[in-house]
Design a protein around this ligand. Structure first.
Ligand SMILES: NC(=O)c1ccc[n+]([C@@H]2O[C@H](COP(=O)([O-])OP(=O)(O)OC[C@H]3O[C@@H](n4cnc5c(N)ncnc54)[C@H](O)[C@@H]3O)[C@@H](O)[C@H]2O)c1
Length: 259
């Protein structure tokens, strides 16, 4: 028996990294998953992998900054799988710069994806979730940067911190439907966002992603890095029945990076 048998989940930013690991784990635990991402190619691969292992998955490519794309994701999940139980707002992007050098574009893209994108998805899901005894689950993905601040990440820290107020508001407004809404705040997870900027050479939306080797080495002196698969497990917990009475909380999953 899986922990998410009969459940239907939508996961954003699921083409790679943590979102992909969430989707594979959820499907293994019995959920039907609607995966979404701005990158359609690798998203299709995730669906193939899940179906190849006997799981249920559908892809709905989309950009979380566009409300109409978010509505399409939720509508498609309900159409294909009959309902919507779990929403994981995982899409995110870093766009680092010191305060005095940060451009409007860097600020906007980061806040639009992490904060507005999460709001867009939750509002789009309301049609399916605001029902008596719905027992839904919403998990928003933040970062320890939102709890402690981080040099070079004023945009990201503000957006991730904003998710906490957003989450507590959802928890209060929708608690009466049995819906829980929580935040997972990660520390260091090994994905393209945390690999060496100098050697990775991955450009996303016009700028390289990753972190400078010097900063990366300093963090790794203090904490054990998580794999995306390690990072997915607390999300599964919050999505499961075990967490039915946990809501409006920030779960710090940082291997001690912040405590
Ligand atoms: N990696 C870490 O150490 C770390 C730490 C703290 C928080 N996080 C958060 O975890 C989440 C997942 O990050 P990751 O490390 O797996 O990074 P990742 O880059 O591997 O995955 C993020 C996914 O989001 C997608 N995405 C970006 N913009 C989008 C948009 N506008 N619409 C839809 N999808 C979009 C990307 O295409 C990508 O597939 C993010 O919210 C990130 O901020 C990561």
């Amino acid at each position: 028996m899986g922990k998410l048998d009969e459940k239907v989940a939508v996961i954003t930013g699921a083409a790679r990294g943590i979102g992909r690991a969430d989707a594979i784990l959820f499907a293994r635990e019995g959920a039907a998953v609607l995966v979404s991402d701005i990158d359609a190619g690798p998203l299709e691969e995730v669906v193939k992998e899940i179906r190849g292992a006997g799981g249920k998955a559908e892809a709905c490519p989309g950009d979380v900054t566009k409300p109409e794309d978010c509505q399409k994701m939720m509508d498609m999940a309900a159409e294909r799988f009959g309902k919507l139980d779990i929403l994981v707002n995982n899409a995110g992007l870093t766009r680092d710069a010191l305060i005095h050098k940060m451009t409007d574009a860097q600020w906007d893209i980061c806040v639009d994806i992490s904060l507005k994108g999460t709001f867009n998805c939750i509002r789009a899901a309301s049609k399916y979730m605001m029902k008596e005894a719905h027992n839904g689950r919403i998990i928003n993905v933040a970062s320890v940067a939102g709890l402690m601040g981080n040099i070079g990440q004023i945009n990201y820290a503000a957006a991730k911190s904003g998710l906490i107020g957003l989450t507590k508001t959802v928890a209060r407004e929708w608690g009466r439907f049995g819906i829980t809404c929580n935040v997972v705040a990660y520390g260091f997870v090994d994905t393209r966002l945390t690999r060496e900027k100098e050697t990775q050479q991955e450009v996303v939306a016009g700028e390289p992603v990753g972190i400078p080797k010097k900063v990366r080495d300093m963090v790794l002196l203090q904490v054990k890095p998580m794999s995306p698969e390690d990072a997915a497990k607390p999300v599964l917990f919050l999505a499961s029945d075990d967490a039915a009475f946990i809501t409006g909380q920030v779960l710090n999953v940082s291997a001690g990076m912040y405590m």
